[in-house]
Design a protein around this ligand. Sequence first.
Ligand SMILES: [Zn+2]
Length: 427
Amino acid sequence: MDLGTPASKASATLSIDGERLWNSLMALAEIGATPKGGVARLALTDLDRQGRDRVTGWLREAGCHVAVDPIGNIVAIRPDRNGRIDAPPVAVGSHIDTQPTGGKFDGNYGVLAGLEVLRTLNDHGIETERPVAVAIWTNEEGSRFTPVMMGSGVWAGAFTLEHCLAQRDRDGVSAGESLRAIGYAGNDSLPRFAAYFEPHIEQGPILEREGITIGAVESALGQRWFDVTVTGQEAHAGPTPIEMRRDALLAASRLVIEVRRIAAQYPNYARGTVGQMQVHPNSRNVIPGRVVFSVDLRNASDETLVAMADDLRACATRVAEQDGVIVDVDEVVHFPPCAFDPKLVASVEAGAAALGYSVRRIASGAGHDAVYVARHCPTAMIFVPCEGGISHNEIENAAPTDLAAGCQVLLRAVLDQAGAITATPAA
Ligand SMILES: [Zn+2]
């Protein structure tokens, strides 16, 4: 069935309420509000419960049937035009847990933009061929419990339920106990989706720098994480001549420079970061005998990511020879790149342009629930700018007009997939 034409007609007359969207963001941000203007609402805490209660209350008021699965994922379904909720819905989702020093928009925006779409459909008496749903995924941030993107990962089959329920926080409390304590250990099995959209603040500086309102996200970067161990020989800083040293920190430093070169040299959104380093014995008058550091390589193409990793290993071999040290490169994480659905990405891009917004294709450098969801259904993300590209920070901020623009693009994209049937003329 071709649902495109009526949807575009309906969405041309419909406007989301940007002020209502902003007000719901601010109302949710009251729960766990920090003195510096951020939010601390960690996964499966009582504050998370309060946030979940508030948002599901709004979704029920909007006429949704709310389902909760055993890992606490929530899917609120607005029935199709025949009042049915069992067909695969077109879903919008993200997360409402935050980092300990998190902001008001990361995750929350995607969920509340979905709510605003439902409210807009209700305001205008729009019915759809397919149900429309809002998904709230459990523990996206991974701050209290690992792994990150836990709920969407379980939904997608990346992790088992048992493994995730058994994860413990720093106080020894398990995810399963926490879910029961807050009343969100559900029994429902969640639907598979016809399509999934995740609106999100960019969490990077590109859209703001280029003065562009909408990012049509075409991929999420693949990630390969390594632990690199350099072993040399500890010796006294005074008596040991320079040419006789096997300095593990010097060799590690050469490799840090190589990681930076690799990040600059390769195409397809290459990134390379050394973020952690441990120096042994870490004493000012001892030549370091052992250094362990992390390497995080990212790229939109798996082929290029493999080339970057090969390059790193070749550098390790060369530096080991040159400096008389041993270098072990141990891979600890490998997430392949994720390409989002070309048709949905094109529909986001075309919808933004038709609405008169500036738009560009972009890659997500961070992980998102959408990456797991994309394993099962056509998926795309919609990025809007955030101030200074700053996120995971209490000063995280975004402009109400940009948030409204992303939601308007979302409405159009959802209707293109869900098929609008009855549009009463907008007043
Ligand atoms: Zn997020």
